[in-house]
Design a protein around this ligand. Structure first.
Ligand SMILES: Nc1nc2c(c(=O)[nH]1)N[C@H]1C(S)=C(S)[C@@H](COP(=O)(O)O)O[C@H]1N2
Ligand SMILES: [Mo]
Length: 321
């Protein structure tokens, strides 16, 4: 999202390549966008809506009620990704990541810092005893595209409470695995200070909407979507939802984050979705829902304001992008 310095974000960058090329062909052929939409249902390249059987099913989780917005197709969710540890191209993580992370066993996550019971999370143990539930959330990338995804996970608060954070812990810091052998982007994209780091204020981390996700569409998270554990913070831009977590730390000061360190003018710590505060290089007023043609309005707090706006009362919404 930042590695190329230029004045605008092209629509090629926020649309799956196949859809973009297909649409260009239609438009070049003289068809209007409306006509293209009308025949969209007849396209031979329909993306798959549900996972094929090679993905590992998760069992025993509480299912979500279907919501009013249709889910993004499974194929789109696993083939149009931001995972810079593999590549800065959207379609590359799906080609480069499979088996790179899921083969790493055991996967333990260290939990340290200001807590009474520092320790580790063993993923196998967590999956055996965590009360898993499905949550359907909008995911709004800072690059102005969005998806609607059915995650499976546990409230992050449930996970963090096991380690008994102290009152002095004001923030939680998260780190992705650092392993350049498995993740080629950590060898080649030297512009970024690996590992990927993110953070939340304690009350944001403990908010009931904040999810520690282990699955998507009923299956274990594919490598490219952040196996084995990632955050999902639906009212914030997607880059806050850090993938493939290896370490968690309770801290007193606002932690460093990869994007804020890389470009503090463009990516803030809070990064709450806000259609009224533009990115310095593009508007945040509208977004393209992957799988749709027409752009739609971006919603304040990505539509979760009823539940989260009170976290920020008294703060100036314009300055804490
Ligand atoms: N470790 C890590 N986490 C990450 C990223 C990344 O590059 N590395 N990209 C972020 C961004 S910008 C977005 S939009 C989402 C994309 O999640 P998805 O590929 O599962 O849709 O992951 C976020 N988490
Ligand atoms: Mo993003």
């Amino acid at each position: 999202m930042l590695h190329r310095v230029r004045s605008d974000i092209s629509s090629a960058e926020i649309t799956p390549e196949a859809v973009y090329q297909e649409r260009r062909r239609f438009l070049a052929g003289g068809l209007t966008a409306a006509a293209a939409t009308a025949v969209a249902g007849l396209w031979p390249f329909q993306a798959r809506a549900t996972p094929p059987s090679r993905y590992t099913a998760l069992n025993g989780y509480r299912k979500a009620e279907p919501g009013p917005e249709s889910l993004t197709k499974f194929d789109d969710a696993i083939s149009y990704n931001n995972f810079y540890e593999f590549s800065t191209d959207k379609d590359a993580p799906a080609l480069l990541a499979p088996d790179k992370l899921t083969t790493r066993k055991p996967w333990t996550i260290s939990v340290s810092g200001l807590c009474a019971k520092p320790g580790t999370i063993d993923m196998a143990d967590l999956l055996a005893r965590a009360p898993l539930e499905e949550r359907i959330y909008r995911l709004r990338c800072v690059e102005a595209w969005s998806m609607v995804l059915p995650w499976i996970g546990i409230p992050l608060s449930w996970l963090l409470k096991q380690f008994e954070p102290l009152g002095s812990a004001k923030y939680v810091a998260f780190e992705t695995l650092l392993d350049p052998e498995r993740m080629p982007g950590q060898r080649t994209s030297l512009y970024y200070s690996w590992p990927y780091q993110e953070g939340l204020r304690m009350d944001e981390a403990m908010h009931p909407l904040t999810l520690a996700a282990v699955g998507i569409y009923g299956v274990v998270l594919p490598d490219q979507n952040g196996y084995p554990l990632r955050l999902v913070v639906p009212w914030k831009y997607g880059f806050k939802s850090i993938k493939s977590i290896a370490a968690i730390r309770f801290v007193e000061q606002q932690p460093k984050t990869l994007w804020n360190t890389t470009a503090s003018r463009e990516y803030g710590f809070y990064a709450n979705v806000n259609p009224e505060v533009d990115h310095p290089r593009w508007s945040q007023a509208r977004e393209r829902r992957i799988g749709e043609f027409r752009k739609r309005d971006t919603l304040m707090f990505n539509g979760y304001g009823d539940q989260v706006a009170s976290l920020y009362s008294g703060m100036d919404l314009r300055v804490f992008f």
